[in-house]
Design a protein around this ligand. Structure first.
Ligand code: MOS
Length: 725
C-alpha cells in the first residue's frame, strides 16, 4: 500500500450515516431529564414533585426515595465500574452541587425538561469545601491510603541531600485548575428491555464497565445486558466508566415498559461526569553549574472527592523524563465536596509536564544554557526508576528534528529580545513530554467470506481517534485487499469482550490482536505468513464459503489470567513497567507566541511537534491526533479552567459559552512530524501510544515562550491576558 489510508468512517460521519448513542429512536421511546441539587452539600429534607407530575406527557418521577433497588457499581479505580461510588437517588444525601436528585420521564424531551425544572426540593445545607485551600478539606498521603504498588510514590537515591548539595537550584510552585473534557456528544443512554434482557446504546470508552456495572446496579445476570457503542463523539477519559444516568434510564424503562432515552445537558455534564482535578505542584531541581540534573523533588496535592480516592499519578512520568539520579515524588489527595474527578486527556501528564518542564526552563536560564541543549544533556536510555532500559526512546531525535524544523538556532536567549517592528513581543519556547506505554488483553475475531469481505470484531472503542482506520489499514497492508472490503465492529459486548479503551493503549492493544488473527487466518487457509492474498481463491481451494478465526493477545509479561479478567469485566492493564523494559512515548513541542504590545493578548502563532510513538500505524489519523493534542494543549494553557465559587460549590461556567476552548482563530499552523521508528519490544507491530503524549508538554512550551517574550514566569493555569499585563 503506497498511499496512507484516509479516515474510513469520515464520509459516513459527514453524511450523518453512523449511529451515535442517542441517535437511536426505538418505537415507543420515552425521554428522561434530571433535576439536580442546588446546594453544595447537605441533605434533601422535602421534595415536591406535584408541579412536575402535572406537566402533560409526564409518565414517571423518581426521587431520592425511589432508587432503593439500585446498588452502587463501585468506583472504577477501586475495583468497581462507576466513575464514582456515589449512586444518586438511593438516599437523601447531597455530596455536591449538581448531583441528580430526581429523574422525570415524559413522552417528549421538552415535557421532561420542563417538568424537571419544576421539581421543588428543600434542603438542610452543611458547610462545604471545594478548593485545595478551603477549611474542612481532608489531606491524605496517597501512599498511606491506596494499596502499595498501585500508584506508588517514587524514591530513587537521596533527592533531598543531593538537592541541598547542588550548586544550582530551582524551587517553584505551579497551580493547575479543574478542567472539563466537554466531548461534542452529550452523555446519553437509550435503555431498552426485551423481557428481562437489557440493551443499552451509549457512547462509551468502556462498554464492559457499562455492562458489568449495570448488572451490579440492577442486580441482574450480566448475560442479560448488552451494550453497543460503535462510535463516541469524543471521550478522552470522560466516558471511561459507567456514569449515573445510564441505570436511571434502565430503571425508568423497566418501570414504564417502554424504552427510555436520557440525554444529560451540557450544564449537568459538568457535574455528572468526571473532570480533571485541581492540582498544585512544588518542583525542586538541583543541578551542576553546567546544568546536569542531580536531584528532583516533585510534590503534588491533587483534589479528590469525599467519597472516592482518585489516584494521583504525576510523578510516574516526571521521574522518567530525564536521567536524574536522585528523585523523590510525593503525592497527596485532598478531599473536597465535588463529584469524583477522573481522567482527561494526558490526565496527570499534562499538569505534571507544565510544572516540571517550566522548572526545567527556569533551570536553563539559571545555568545560562539553551533549553534544548540542557534537555539533550540530561537524556537517558535507562529508566532511572526501575534501572531497566526503555523499550525505545527517541526523545533526543524529537528535540533535534523539532529544533531544525522550527529554526530554533535563530533564537536569542534573552527574554524580550525578539520583537516585531510594531512592538509585538515574540517568544520561542520548547518543552518535552512523555506518556506511559501500556497494553491490555484483547480478543479479535476475523471472518473472511468468498465475496471478498473481511469482517473484524475486536475489543476497542472508536471515539474519533481513528481506531477503525488503523484496524482497516492493518488488514489492508497484510492481505492486500481493498479498504472498502473490510468491516470493523468495535464497542459491542455481544461480539467480543470490551476492555476500557484509554491511556493511549487502544491501538497498541487492538492491532496486535488483529495481526495475530490475520496470521491465524493465513494458517487456516494454508497461505504463507506474508504477501497479498486472493481470498476467493484461497477459500475455494479448501472448499469453503467462509472461514472464521480468533486470536487473544496479552501485553508482554501478562499471565493468561489477564484474559479471564477481561472476560469477567475487570481491568487488566500492563505498563509502563514490563518485566524487561519500561515503555513510554515521547514528544517535543516548539512554540512561538506573540504578545500584543498594548493589551498583551497572547497568541500562539506557530507550533512544531515531533513525536516518538513507535511505528506510525495510520499516518492520516496519527497526524490528526497530534494536531488535536496541540489544540487541546493551547486550550489547557491559555483558556480552560472550571470556575469554582467556594461559597456555593459546583462549577460556575458550565457551558461552552463560558468554559473557553480554542476556536479556529486561536489555532496556528501546526507542523507535525514523527520519528516513526518501530518499538522492538512492546508488540509485533512496533506501535506505542499516541493520543495523550501529543498533548503532554504543549502548555509548558507555551508558558516558556511567554517567559521568553515577556520575562514573566507564569506558574498558574490558564494564563490569561490579565496575568501578563
Ligand atoms: Mo484517556 S484520559 O486515559 O481516555
Amino acid at each position: 500500500m503506497s498511499q496512507p489510508l484516509a479516515r474510513v468512517d469520515a464520509f459516513d460521519k459527514v453524511m450523518g450515516a453512523v449511529q451515535f448513542g442517542a441517535d437511536r429512536v426505538p418505537p415507543g421511546l420515552a425521554h428522561g431529564a434530571l433535576a439536580v441539587a442546588t446546594i453544595g452539600r447537605g441533605r434533601v429534607v422535602r421534595i415536591d414533585t406535584s408541579a412536575a407530575e402535572a406537566v402533560p406527557g409526564v409518565r414517571l418521577v423518581l426521587t431520592p426515595r425511589d432508587g432503593g433497588e439500585l446498588a452502587s457499581a463501585g468506583f472504577v479505580m477501586a475495583g468497581g465500574h462507576g466513575f464514582q461510588s456515589l449512586q444518586p437517588l438511593t438516599d437523601d444525601h447531597v455530596a455536591y452541587r449538581g448531583q441528580p436528585i430526581a429523574l422525570v420521564v415524559a413522552d417528549t424531551p421538552h415535557a421532561a425538561a420542563e417538568a424537571a425544572a419544576l421539581v421543588q426540593a428543600e434542603y438542610e445545607a452543611e458547610p462545604l469545601s471545594v478548593d485545595l485551600d478551603a477549611d474542612g478539606v481532608e489531606v491524605l498521603d496517597q501512599a498511606a491510603v491506596i494499596p502499595a504498588g498501585f500508584f506508588p510514590d517514587v524514591d530513587v537515591g537521596d533527592a533531598d541531600a543531593a538537592f541541598a548539595r547542588s550548586p544550582v537550584r530551582v524551587d517553584s510552585v505551579f497551580d493547575c485548575p479543574p478542567q472539563h473534557a466537554c466531548p461534542m456528544e452529550l452523555m446519553a443512554a437509550v435503555a431498552e428491555w426485551n423481557g428481562d434482557t437489557l440493551t443499552v446504546h451509549e457512547a462509551t470508552q468502556n462498554a464492559n464497565a457499562v455492562r458489568f456495572g449495570l448488572a451490579t446496579q440492577l442486580g441482574i445476570d450480566v448475560e442479560r445486558v448488552r451494550v453497543l457503542s460503535p462510535y463516541a463523539g469524543g471521550g478522552f477519559g470522560n466516558r471511561n466508566s459507567l456514569q449515573a444516568h445510564t441505570c436511571l434510564a434502565a430503571v425508568a424503562a423497566r418501570r414504564l415498559g417502554r424504552p427510555v432515552k436520557l440525554v444529560v445537558p451540557r450544564s449537568q455534564m459538568f457535574h455528572d461526569a468526571s473532570f480533571r482535578p485541581a492540582s498544585r505542584h512544588r518542583v525542586r531541581l538541583g543541578a551542576t553549574v553546567d546544568g546536569r540534573l542531580q536531584a528532583a523533588i516533585h510534590e503534588v496535592d491533587q483534589q479528590t472527592s469525599r467519597h472516592d480516592l482518585f489516584p494521583a499519578n504525576y510523578v510516574e512520568m516526571t521521574s522518567r523524563l530525564y536521567g536524574i539520579p536522585n528523585f523523590r515524588g510525593h503525592q497527596r489527595l485532598v478531599r473536597t465536596d465535588v463529584q469524583t474527578p477522573g481522567y482527561m486527556r494526558a490526565p496527570h501528564e499534562h499538569p505534571a509536564a507544565f510544572a516540571f518542564e517550566c522548572a526545567i526552563d527556569e533551570l536553563a536560564y539559571a545555568t545560562g544554557r539553551d533549553p534544548v541543549d540542557l534537555r539533550l544533556a540530561n537524556d537517558t536510555g535507562t529508566d532511572p526508576v526501575s534501572g531497566r532500559p526503555f523499550s525505545s526512546r527517541h526523545l533526543a531525535a524529537c528535540l533535534r528534528r523539532g529544533a531544525e524544523r522550527f529554526g530554533w538556532a535563530n533564537r536569542t536567549l534573552e527574554p524580550g529580545s525578539m520583537r516585531l517592528a510594531d512592538g509585538t513581543l515574540v517568544g520561542w519556547g520548547v518543552a518535552a513530554g512523555a506518556y506511559p506505554g501500556s497494553a491490555v488483553p484483547t480478543v479479535a475475531r476475523l471472518r473472511a467470506d468468498d465475496d471478498g469481505t473481511v469482517s473484524v470484531q475486536v475489543g476497542g472503542h472508536e471515539m474519533g481517534q481513528g481506531i477503525r482506520t488503523a484496524i482497516v489499514e492493518t488488514v489492508v497492508r497484510d492481505l492486500g485487499v481493498a479498504a472498502d472490503s473490510v468491516r470493523v465492529d468495535v464497542g459491542d459486548t455481544a461480539a467480543v469482550p470490551q476492555h476500557l479503551t484509554a491511556g493511549s493503549w487502544g491501538t497498541a492493544s487492538a492491532l496486535p490482536a488483529v495481526h495475530d488473527a490475520l496470521q491465524e487466518l493465513r494458517r487456516s487457509l494454508d497461505l504463507p505468513p506474508t504477501g497479498a492474498v486472493d481470498l476467493r481463491a484461497a477459500l475455494a481451494a479448501i472448499g469453503r464459503a467462509d472461514i472464521e478465526v480468533q486470536a487473544e493477545t496479552r501485553a508482554p509479561g501478562q499471565p493468561p489470567e489477564a484474559i479471564d479478567r477481561l472476560r469477567r469485566g475487570a481491568m487488566a492493564i500492563a505498563g509502563p513497567e514490563f518485566p524487561t523494559f519500561t515503555a513510554f512515548s515521547f514528544v517535543a513541542h516548539f512554540v512561538e507566541v506573540r504578545v500584543e504590545p498594548t493589551i498583551h493578548r497572547i497568541h500562539v502563532s506557530r507550533v512544531v511537534s515531533v513525536v516518538d510513538c513507535g511505528r506510525v500505524a495510520s499516518p492520516v489519523t496519527a497526524a490528526s491526533q497530534v494536531g488535536g493534542g496541540v489544540i487541546w494543549g493551547i486550550g489547557a494553557c491559555l483558556r480552560e479552567g472550571s470556575e469554582v465559587d467556594p461559597r456555593y460549590g459546583g462549577f460556575l461556567n458550565a457551558d461552552l459559552a463560558e468554559y473557553l476552548i480554542p476556536v479556529n482563530a486561536d489555532v496556528p499552523r501546526i507542523e507535525v512530524d514523527f520519528v516513526d521508528e518501530p518499538d522492538p519490544h512492546l508488540n509485533a507491530l512496533g506501535v506505542k501510544g499516541l493520543g495523550e503524549v501529543a498533548m503532554v508538554g504543549v502548555a509548558p512550551a507555551i508558558a516558556n515562550a511567554v517567559f521568553h517574550a515577556t520575562g514573566q514566569r507564569q506558574r498558574r493555569l490558564p494564563i490569561r491576558l490579565e496575568n501578563v499585563l
